[in-house]
Ligand binder design. Structure first.
Ligand code: SF4
Ligand code: SF4
Length: 99
């Protein structure tokens, strides 16, 4: 039986999350999301396996800063891929004295 393709989700140091809707990746010819992916260890966070993006090392916690939140994957996917990546950031609101 064919393996079910599920979204890849991982947490970010800033508190947000990246979701890659991998069903859209099956028909993607460029796999552009991995082209400029680097990390705090200089090794890419993402790699392509069986035609879809996966974490290059799923033992390294992305939320500890391995993913540097550069947005290159999202930009390259939107420009050259199938617009499969969604990045959510937490918005921090600062209240300054006197406001
Ligand atoms: S570029 Fe986008 S659509 Fe293509 S494999 Fe990467 S995430 Fe999927
Ligand atoms: S945000 Fe940057 S470091 Fe993180 S997965 Fe995307 S391309 Fe790689």
């Amino acid at each position: 039986m064919a393996k079910k393709i599920t979204p890849l989700k991982f947490k970010l140091f800033s508190g947000g999350q990246i979701t890659i809707h991998r069903l859209q990746c099956l028909t993607c010819e460029t796999k552009a999301c991995v082209r400029h992916c680097s990390s705090s260890t200089l090794d890419p966070v993402l790699k392509i396996q069986n035609g879809v993006p996966v974490l290059a090392d799923d033992k390294i916690p992305t939320e500890k800063g391995w993913c540097i939140e550069c947005l290159a994957c999202e930009q390259d996917c939107a420009l050259y891929g199938n617009t499969a990546i969604q990045i959510e950031f937490k918005v921090h609101t600062h209240v300054y004295p006197g406001q």
